[in-house]
Design a protein around this ligand. Structure first.
Ligand SMILES: Cc1cc2nc3c(=O)[nH]c(=O)nc-3n(C[C@H](O)[C@H](O)[C@H](O)COP(=O)(O)OP(=O)(O)OC[C@H]3O[C@@H](n4cnc5c(N)ncnc54)[C@H](O)[C@@H]3O)c2cc1C
Length: 417
């Protein structure tokens, strides 16, 4: 990151941190209806904040096992050393102290939709009037894939640190092999972005190295011109891109990946991103109804199509909207609004809109972007991309790279401060 982007990024984050020193105002339970939010990522933290912001009498409890949230967004810049993990780590203090969300550091082991209770890892049971589940994704690794040896780094924190250390230890002239799962998966441009960021890092730091990309899709699924140009031109001789590759197995100790159509490949660093499905608690609660992987919901309220009074937002939901943090933030607001209306005896708003935005670094000082706007379509009872909305950057540029920090700061601020 150049000096001015870095200064602005840290300045804005410093602003967010300062808010954490607000005096505790409401951290005790109120007498209003009880809403429990499970998962403090982009979806859950936004929902908890906006429920209290818009309806202070609600008794809102956020349950999240980690004391701080480590963002997957911008985490590829931790891999190349442009950001530290601390710079994309956020506390829940402001949600508790400024908005009055009851934050419990624990995980939910069980949901009972009949008795309207959740059971925590501690064994405690909590009752709700409305429950919002936002547990993100779970991974479905292929045979032999040990996630403690071969990182996916598709969640932040430990996984990203592991991959970063492996890259640092990789010899010059080495081979980095990564896979992209068939869609849908978290953050459509993210893996292509990663291939570029790592190719750029290796070009400078480990001359003679190669990046082999094994894509489970029919082709580059988003921003094909930009990523195709980066692979073929910017990183010519470094990136080797293969499409329609199905991973069949991984030897985690020997760092060998097997596929259906190619000979086995041995890597110096192996980064397999497994296929994904809704968070584990969605499955154990019997809420999976879409493609055997995602939770079906009413797109006006995000209420489960299976169990009343339970709402599902973020990467776990199965509306067909992208699995991304920016749109998870928008879904959370639609859901929070619907929950407040329902608790007041009303009906959800009938014309919700959401939008998605992904900025992708393509090198250490250029980036690209992709946006889309979705609206409720009553004819199909679904969220549909609005024709002519959104678009993508015409090219990777320094200006986009600068804007990426403004965008991410504003998203982080809207969720956590
Ligand atoms: C490299 C990369 C780049 C990305 N770039 C972008 C981008 O540019 N734009 C964009 O919009 N998105 C981007 N994303 C995608 C974005 O990070 C995810 O879509 C987003 O994090 C999803 O939010 P979520 O709240 O649904 O899930 P998460 O952020 O994963 O949060 C889920 C939370 O639920 C908690 N949880 C899970 N189970 C339980 C339980 N049983 N009890 C209690 N808590 C539980 C977890 O601990 C976690 O904190 C990127 C992702 C990656 C990997």
């Amino acid at each position: 990151m150049n000096t001015s982007s870095r200064r602005n990024f840290l300045k804005a984050l410093g602003g967010a941190t300062a808010l954490a020193s607000f005096p505790a105002i409401l951290n005790a339970a109120t007498s209003g209806p009880r809403v429990i939010v499970v998962g403090g990522g982009f979806a859950g933290a936004t929902a908890a904040k906006y429920l209290k912001h818009w309806s202070p009498n609600l008794n809102v409890t956020l349950i999240e096992p980690n004391a701080k949230y480590q963002s997957p967004i911008m985490s590829n810049l931790v891999l190349n050393g442009q950001l530290s993990l601390e710079e994309i780590t956020f506390s829940y203090d402001t949600l508790a102290q400024k908005y009055g969300v009851n934050v419990i550091t624990d995980w939910v082991s069980e949901v009972d939709g009949d008795s309207k209770t959740v059971t925590l890892g501690s064994g405690d049971e909590l009752e709700y009037d409305r429950l919002i589940l936002a547990p993100g994704i779970t991974f479905n690794p292929v045979e032999g894939h040990d996630l403690d040896i071969v990182p996916h780094a598709w969640q932040s924190g430990k996984q990203v640190t592991m991959l970063k250390h492996q890259l640092e230890a990789m010899p010059a002239g080495g081979t980095f092999v990564m896979s992209i799962p068939p869609k849908p998966y978290r953050c459509p441009p993210g893996p292509y972005e990663r291939a570029c960021v790592i190719a750029d890092y290796l070009k400078t730091n480990k001359p003679g190295s190669k990046v082999i990309v094994l894509d489970g899709n029919e082709d580059i699924i988003v921003e094909k011109e930009i990523f195709g140009h980066a692979f073929d031109v910017t990183y010519a001789g470094i990136v080797e891109y293969h499409k329609e590759v199905e991973i069949t197995g991984v030897d985690s100790d020997k760092l060998i990946v097997s596929t259906k159509t190619m000979a086995d490949i041995t890597a110096d660093v192996l980064n397999i991103i497994p296929e994904q499905s809704a968070g584990a608690i969605i499955k154990s609660s019997g809420l999976i109804t879409v493609a055997d992987r995602w939770a079906g919901v009413n797109p006006l309220s995000y209420e489960s199509t299976k169990v009343n009074n339970i709402h599902i937002i973020g990467d776990s939901q199965g509306t067909g909207q992208p699995k991304a943090g920016h749109i998870a933030n928008a879904e959370a607001k639609v859901c929070a609004d619907a929950v407040i209306r329902l608790l007041n005896g009303g009906e959800p708003y009938t014309a919700p809109m959401t939008n998605s935005a992904c900025y992708s670094p393509v090198s250490a000082d250029t980036a690209t972007w992709l946006t889309a706007v979705y609206g409720y379509d009553s004819a199909t009872d679904s969220m549909q991309k609005i024709a002519g909305s959104g678009g993508s950057a015409p090219e990777a540029s320094n200006n986009n790279y600068e804007e990426m920090f403004v965008w991410s700061n504003s998203l982080f601020g809207d969720v956590f401060s």
